[in-house]
Design a protein around this ligand. Structure first.
Ligand SMILES: [Zn+2]
Length: 98
């Protein structure tokens, strides 16, 4: 089983176009849960293609940019990019750290 933290990291690394093997190595996880999680989230294919798929779904504001959680939009309100303030802040903090 993957923890929420690990799932978020997989999602983020996948968005950067990383392959399964490199993600598994970085997170010190076996390959199979990484692969099956990516499949489950529709992040399959070669790194670049998966990143594009992920970027598209993020662009359509389907998933939180930070953690990959499915977003719930309120009709009539501006579409959100993040599931919570926590994720929004964390996203920008992580960006600035790099
Ligand atoms: Zn989130």
């Amino acid at each position: 089983m993957l923890t929420e933290e690990q799932k978020q990291k997989i999602w983020r690394l996948r968005l950067e176009g990383r392959g399964y093997t490199s993600i598994a190595a970085e997170l010190k996880l076996p390959l199979s849960p990484v692969k099956s999680y990516c499949r489950y989230r529709g992040l399959t294919g070669a790194g670049k293609a998966a990143a594009m798929n992920a970027a598209l779904t993020v662009d359509k504001r389907v998933f939180c940019r930070q953690c990959g959680k499915r977003l719930r939009h309120t009709p009539g309100k501006k579409k959100k990019k993040f599931c919570s303030d926590y994720c929004r802040k964390k996203y920008w903090r992580d960006k600035n750290d790099n």
